[in-house]
Design a protein around this ligand. Structure first.
Ligand code: ARG
Length: 295
């Protein structure tokens, strides 16, 4: 049988993303091993690369919304960290490092101003979709470097979905979205070496058919990928992973985000998925009109 035929059912599902232009991007502090303030960053190039990512999403048929970047918050471009949104409910972020602390309220405010009535100011530290990844059946939750494991219970109660805690062990892969990506429904890909023994066992049990990713591809941030169920946007340097994805019937699309990588982020980090629109009932009467596609 043609190995592709069993995956012929792959379909892209239009998504709604929130992004933040890297207008104030720079690396002036170091809160992960990728960040070296001594190393030059080309902000104009960062903006150009980011625009290509945003334009790609629009070409693929996705809706891209934007939040205004705030001076003095150079990491705000990493929108994935700003919140976690499931079924239109928004769990705000609370950052571990004070350099990013102000981003939490800024993102929460964006959601409140855009018609989301159910926005929770978090009790425990959590760095949004950096550490919370949503599959059809579960919410996968990272800990070990940033998100407090106590937040996992908070997320489970808030979303009413089972949360699976996973322990990250390699400081280079400090957020879950650098070590694991959701491809479609309950299909994921991940690099086992980034997780504790026990978490690897949990992943094998829940996802026996997961796509195994090499350390080499993880090293170029290949797992910091964004999938719509068919198209998988990932760093172009993850060559072998691209081939693996194609063999599974996905459409890998390589992208260069070299400047943002200097802060320890790539495609997924720049992309917050908004799942489940704010329902008509939850739109506040005083909420400003929302533009469908801010590009
Ligand atoms: N410099 C940022 C930090 O260390 C990068 C965040 C990357 N975001 C992500 N979703 N992995 O917090």
């Amino acid at each position: 049988m043609n190995p592709l035929s069993e995956h012929a059912f792959r379909t892209a599902v239009p998504r709604r993303y929130l992004m933040c232009r890297p207008s104030h991007f720079e690396v002036t502090y170091s809160i992960n091993p990728w960040m070296d303030p001594e190393k030059a960053v080309d902000r104009d190039l960062a903006v150009l690369q980011w625009e290509r990512l945003r334009d790609l999403y629009v070409e693929l048929g996705h809706t891209v919304e934007s939040i205004d970047p705030i001076p003095g918050l150079p990491d705000m471009v990493f929108a994935a960290n700003g919140a976690t949104v499931v079924d239109g409910r928004v769990l705000g972020a609370r950052f571990r490092n004070e350099q990013r602390a102000a981003e939490g309220p800024a993102y929460a405010q964006w959601f409140r101003q855009n018609g989301f009535a159910d926005v929770r100011d978090p009790e425990f530290i959590n760095e949004g979709e950096g550490d919370y990844l949503v599959t059809e059946s579960w919410v996968l939750a990272g800990c070990g470097f940033r998100t407090d494991p106590a937040s996992h219970q908070e997320a489970q109660d808030f979303f009413g979905r089972p949360v699976i805690g996973l322990h990250l062990t390699d400081p280079r892969f400090y957020h879950l979205d650098t070590a694991l990506a959701v491809l479609s429904r309950d299909e994921i890909m991940y690099c086992p070496e980034s997780f504790s023994e026990g978490s690897r066992a949990v992943l094998r049990r829940l996802f026996p058919d997961a796509l195994p990713v090499s350390r080499e591809d993880a090293d170029v941030f290949g797992l910091n990928a964004v999938s719509d169920g068919y198209n998988v946007v990932l760093p172009e340097a993850a060559v072998r992973l691209g081939r693996q994805l194609a063999a599974r019937g996905y459409n890998p699309i390589g992208i260069d985000l070299s400047e943002l990588l200097k802060a320890g982020g790539s495609a997924k980090c720049c992309t917050l998925e908004i799942r489940g629109a704010a329902s008509a009932a939850s739109v506040r009467a005083d909420a400003p009109a929302r533009t469908a596609c801010v590009v």
